[in-house]
Design a binder for this molecule. Sequence first.
Ligand code: ZN
Length: 304
Amino acid sequence: MKSYLISILVVAALAFGCSNAKDDEKTKPHIVATTGMLYDAVINIAQDKVTAEAIMGPGVDPHLYKATQGDLAKLNKADLIVYNGILLEGKMGEILGKLGRQKPVVAAAESIPKEMLKSAVGYQDAYDPHVWFDVRRWKYAVKSISHALITLDSANQHFYEANTREYFQRLDSLDAYIKNRIAEIPEDHRILVTAHDAFVYFGDAYGMRVEGLQGISTVADFGLKDIADIIDLIIENNIKAIFVETSVSEKSINAVVTGCKEKGHAVRIGGYLYSDAMGEFGTEEGTYIGMFKKNVETIVEALK
Ligand code: ZN
């Protein structure tokens, strides 16, 4: 009888324990971010005070991405939506605009002062959206996410503020690390040739000339003239390596390697760079800091 009673109590405790944990998850604010970089900022600031998910995983091209039915369901149940803006999520503008009339929707990168933005290569009146590749610019986006979380969940204001300060310190260390590593490349070799122009802010912030084949958005096609120009540039500057991006096809870069070879200059593919998407969640490259460090290592090792 006694053991029977105990087991009832145990079962009851387990049941209540479970339902309490579930209720807890249910009452936490739910944040949906478009890209992995934004999701990473959300969880660094909010940690276990929210539940969060990213719509675009590794290898996804945000310029071309269309929201699926599943994404729409996620966006509809979100308490806060965080997206990059500056037209990065080119095909999601309409749905994000519509949701913005129903719930808090934050275009994090649009909090960067206009004078710090660069115009998009080949597009008049449009800015370059790849702001995450300069830590200093990206901190504005992180700050706006922090503000949005505090507005949504003011009970945890101090927690969010403390985490934002701590994360900013880690971002400042990252910034210093990048500057030190790039300094290892001889000055006349600081030229980064990639498939599309995702690294304009990177070049601006860290003193590298950046040449992309495909224009600012992966939507724009490259022509034969672009390839010929890049081949000339590589040969003139005796560039050792060029780079492929994880969310862009290798086709254009392979055409450049072949073109150089035909003219007697061996250029190799220096490795893959993360551009518009990060690595697998749960790995080092699945975090903003880890992804950025990996890129810098790849670039420095190939060009120095
Ligand atoms: Zn891009």
